[in-house]
Design a binder for this molecule. Sequence first.
Ligand SMILES: [Zn+2]
Length: 65
Amino acid sequence: MGVPKKRRSKMRQNTRRPYIIEGDLPNIIGCPHCGAPTLAHRACSKCGTYRGRVVLTTKAEKAEE
Ligand SMILES: [Zn+2]
């Protein structure tokens, strides 16, 4: 098994994927149903829809019932 020869400095480690530190993931899209920012390929956390179908029961919907 490959073993790293040198320990990576904190700076090198942190500069590899800068968007993770910023918390700015590239796969955030606007929900086509309600427009809230959601992760791509995931059901919307606001309205619970994915590809035009309701797949989750959100807190807001439970309150309405
Ligand atoms: Zn939505």
